[in-house]
Write a protein that binds this ligand. Structure first.
Ligand SMILES: C[S@@+](CC[C@H](N)C(=O)[O-])C[C@H]1O[C@@H](n2cnc3c(N)ncnc32)[C@H](O)[C@@H]1O
Length: 304
């Protein structure tokens, strides 16, 4: 049976060693809670902060209700700065953010946050588009309906953990049924090899670039991820689809590693971490959500 997760308050003095933090939910303001963590204690961070002026989480400590985008970004950066301190040098931060319209103009908030993080020293490694095929329809008639959000992949250094093999996707060009013309030509004949195909003699055939294109485990994952929105009925806010967290963890957190979510909400990051053999630390300023996350985790995997 899976271990029961614990919930502690921000003021709990026993919480400061990494061992005490692991597999627990800590209820408090992430801006303060993270300051009590040791340096470089987590392998990855996967999180979706409250969006700007989107929702009231019924907590005096909540981020998101600042008057201006600049004020909002400043508050997020306080958390992100602590994230940088507690993340191992090989660690990655996966940040999901949606945008917002103000006075008919798109604010570009995800990119404003990303730029501010670059200024603070983070390497922005990827701007992943999370495409939501079941996004809510909208009544707008003078622009396209938005059906995506960003997941930014940040690293502290170029030497970061990334398991490309764990998240590869099937090759599209080289199946018999392929609709993309020319795929077969790469092999020359049925069951042929690239060395027999139209690129024979190409010096790239045996170097890294070509190997990547023909990797036996599939091609490298692309930056558009199509993942339907999912619901957790108890939560009154958008929860992560488990598949989204799964991809971040498989690629960005080594097996047995520790993932932090400083805005844990209903605990999706913890749930997926446990299912994939990773450990977690969850923080949320709402006691109700901390308890909800614990209940959800103690009930076991949902298989979403
Ligand atoms: C978008 S929800 C996260 C949802 C989560 N990814 C899930 O799958 O359920 C944002 C969460 O941030 C929490 N939050 C807001 N301000 C916070 C703060 N200052 N410190 C910690 N948590 C905060 C809210 O209570 C809410 O649960």
């Amino acid at each position: 049976m899976a271990n029961m997760a614990s919930v502690s308050s921000h003021n709990d003095p026993t919480r400061r060693s990494t061992d005490k933090l692991i597999d627990s939910f800590i209820c408090g303001d992430a801006r303060k809670v993270l300051t009590t963590f040791p340096d470089e204690c987590v392998d990855a961070i996967v999180t979706s902060p409250p969006y700007f002026r989107q929702r009231d989480y019924s907590s005096g400590d909540q981020i998101g209700n600042e008057r201006t985008p600049r004020g909002y970004i400043e508050q997020l950066l306080i958390v992100v700065e602590q994230c940088r301190r507690v993340l191992k040098p090989s660690g990655t931060l996966w940040l999901n953010l949606g945008d917002k319209y103000h006075k008919s103009s798109l604010l570009g908030l995800p990119w404003r946050v990303a730029a501010a993080m670059q200024d603070a020293g983070w390497l922005l490694r990827s701007d992943i588009i999370w495409h939501k095929p079941n996004a809510m329809p909208s009544a707008v008639k003078n622009r396209p309906t938005t059906d995506h959000e960003y997941v930014f992949l940040f690293a502290k250094s170029t030497d970061y953990f990334y398991d490309a093999d764990a998240v590869r996707v099937p090759h599209v060009t080289f199946t018999e049924k392929s609709r993309m013309r020319g795929g077969r030509n790469h092999f020359g004949k049925r069951n042929g090899t690239p060395e027999q195909g139209k690129n024979r003699g190409n010096p790239n055939l045996h170097d890294a670039r070509w190997d990547q294109a023909f990797h036996a485990k599939g091609r490298n994952r692309r930056t558009v991820w199509e993942i339907p929105l999912s619901k957790f009925p108890e939560a009154h806010f958008a929860v992560f689809p488990e598949r989204l967290v799964e991809l971040c963890l498989l690629a960005g957190c080594p097996p047995g590693g520790v993932v932090l979510d400083p805005f844990m909400g209903s605990g999706t990051t913890a749930l997926v971490a446990r299912r994939l053999g990773r450990r977690f630390i969850g923080v949320d300023c709402s006691i109700a959500y901390c308890k909800m996350a614990k209940r959800r985790l103690d009930n076991g995997p949902s298989g979403n």
